[in-house]
Write a protein of this length. Structure first.
Length: 428
């Protein structure tokens, strides 16, 4: 009877034999695949670059090496991910190797290596922290008979740490909230000025609290967060809109805050703003469709129909253009534009497009919907006949083909014809 130690040694020998056989199997399999494929084995050195004390507004230059251990040349292209890195290759030397995608192809000779100079540019406005960038290389082996071409890729990671003297500071020069109606839009404006030397990205937070509870049990009805962005030494107004649907008329309080999102959530700014929501219909809702035009009208060609809308009411207007299309007095379809938000006393062009497929008499009736109301209507009538000049109520005259003549051009043409006729008559 064998000792337990002897049995354990025998089992280990069997396991080692199986492991060697498996290694031999996969080695032969790899050699077989390599014999039918043309995949390039490429190496990059170093695989990672790290710069500990990088400074703002500086450029760091370095060199990486690409190795080609194959017995055939390898073509490569490169792509940068984040934008910090750049390769400093003389592209003029390779201007004859531009492919169909306008990429310049570079080559590594067989059993050789090349050095690639790189440049790391650090923006002057980037905040302190650790940043990463990646440089990706795509390789394609040269053609080889009785083989499959395979592409390969390899990347290099570059990391840098900025721990420079940064100034994070800003001022709030404007906070405005406009009273509005229920079932409308509440407008809030906050004006920021970045007085520091790095990009400012505070977290903006708005909470709206109701003040209508007689027992002073006020509760939050709205809360939103949004990341803002402001470059150094710049100032900007940020405008936000909030829907007041399903709220009751009354007094509310808006709490506006700007904070730095970290472990302590440091608050830079906080302010309370009173808000009054009025009953629906208190403020004037008014809008005007001032113009309705068509640029051209030809068979099977896209025509632009545009309308000018004026918001002359006391509320923000959510305007949308709709155009009914009639052919020979039969409704064909209704076109609709995108919906746009207009400030008080603001004008905007709203546009739809239509492509006529048949000849006949067309009529376009336009109106604009806004704030649960509609403007006055305007219409354009055009007769589109085969080989026939037609008039319509826009500002142009259209042929049935692709030729378009404006009214001014026709007047000029008539003046020229009359002048020539008068000159010829005078000569007689």
């Amino acid at each position: 009877m064998k000792h337990p130690l002897e049995r354990t040694i025998a089992q280990q020998k069997k396991f080692l034999i199986k492991l060697v056989l498996l290694q031999l199997f996969f080695s032969f399999l790899f050699l077989f695949l390599c014999s039918i494929c043309n995949a390039a084995a490429i190496a990059v050195s170093p695989a990672t670059l790290y710069y500990e004390d990088a400074q703002r507004n500086t450029t760091i230059e370095d060199v990486i090496t690409l190795f080609n251990p194959n017995n055939f040349s390898v073509e490569f292209q490169y792509t940068n991910i984040s934008g910090f890195l750049a390769i400093i290759l003389n592209e003029e030397d390779n201007k004859d190797d531009i492919n169909l995608d306008n990429n310049i192809n570079h080559y590594i000779p067989a059993l050789d290596s090349i050095q690639i100079p790189i440049q790391l540019t650090i923006n002057e406005s980037i905040p302190n922290g650790i940043y990463e960038d990646y440089l990706l290389f795509k390789f394609l082996a040269s053609e080889k008979e009785d083989s499959l071409e395979l592409t390969a890729g390899v990347g290099i990671k570059i990391a840098f740490n900025i721990n420079d003297n940064q100034i994070i500071n800003f001022s709030v020069y404007k906070t405005i909230v406009e009273d509005t109606e229920v079932n409308s839009l509440l407008k809030l404006i906050i004006g920021l000025k970045n007085t520091g030397n790095v990009n400012l990205q505070p977290l903006y937070n708005l909470s709206i609290i109701t003040n209508n509870d007689n027992n002073n049990n006020n509760h939050q009805i709205f809360n939103e967060e949004q990341r803002l962005f402001l470059q150094p030494y710049k100032q900007q107004d940020f405008t936000f809109y909030y829907n007041t649907t399903n709220l009751l008329p009354g007094k509310y309080t808006a709490f506006v805050s700007l904070l730095e999102e970290d472990e302590q959530s440091k608050i830079f700014f906080k302010k309370e703003l009173p808000v009054q929501l009025l009953s629906e219909g208190t403020l004037r809702r008014s809008g005007l469709l001032e113009q309705f035009n068509i640029t051209s009208f030809s068979i099977k060609e896209k025509s632009k129909l545009s309308a000018i809308f004026l918001n002359n009411g006391s509320l923000l207007a959510d305007a949308k253009l709709s155009v009914e299309v009639y052919l020979d007095n039969q409704l064909q379809e209704t076109l609709a534009s995108e919906q746009f938000l207009l400030e008080k006393n603001e004008r905007k062009e709203l546009v739809v497009y239509y492509t006529p497929q048949k000849y006949g008499d067309y009529k376009f009736i336009a109106k604009i919907s806004y704030n649960k109301k509609e403007t006055n209507q305007k219409e354009i009538i055009v007769s589109l006949k085969d080989n026939y000049l037609s008039f319509f109520t826009g500002s142009a005259i259209a042929f049935s083909g692709s030729m378009n003549i404006t009214f001014i051009e026709i007047v000029i043409l008539l003046v020229i014809i009359i002048s020539v006729a008068y000159y010829l008559a005078k000569r007689k």
